[in-house]
Design a protein around this ligand. Sequence first.
Ligand code: C5P
Length: 248
Amino acid sequence: MKANEVKDHLIIALDTSSEDEARKYIDLLSEYTGYFKVGLELFTSVGPKIIKVIKDKGNKVFFDGKFLDIPNTVSHAVANMVRHKVDMINVYMSGGAVMLAETKKLMFETAKECNIEPPSLLGVTVLTSITNNILQEDLKIKSQLDEYVLHLASIALSNNMDGIICSPNEASLIKTLKNEKYGADRKFLIVTPGIRPKWASADDQKRTATPKEAIQNGATHIVVGRPVTADKNPKDAIKKILDEIESS
Ligand code: C5P
């Protein structure tokens, strides 16, 4: 991968409740990453103003709100996030096809009304902290985890979603499915959290891979949080990750 393209594949997760801490990471890391991820912790604490802080630095925003509700509620919540000019947004695939279709429709209408590009709409499959055992025993879903993720990915593809969130372990199956059914030219983002470089701790993540493995498996974007933000030297950590992506 070309050196100048590498950072476009990296999303740094700003998982903190503190605005000062988020701003510290944004200032420190903005030149090394394409995207920052604003998730529930930061958004519920600081609110939408943090999106403008990131955009003013020239970075893109992945708003990881993981919306799951009835079609009317999700579509209007996504429309509100379009007005905040986020670049990527996600909803749970388990919301069903009507929720996906209504959301996509209102998202496009709102972007047109605001005269801006619509964000990429991604489907959340199964959290990377969920194991096969949790899926089958606690959630009573009979399929194997990778089959279930693949099923949700195929619904995302047939409903014209822009991409999917999954673990790095399922990325290659999804890429193969997409290429076989829709061809290599069909753009479909495969965004994978659960990234753990060899030198980082696993924390609560269960289905993990290194940055290099994730990209080799077909991830188009990797989401990295604690391996960078909890490191003694976040700048060194992010540089090591960029080197790994470049060499993959
Ligand atoms: O710190 P860490 O690298 O584990 O952060 C991963 C980020 O990705 C977290 O912000 C988490 O909310 C998010 N995420 C995830 N699994 C998903 C979707 C998002 O871990 N399926």
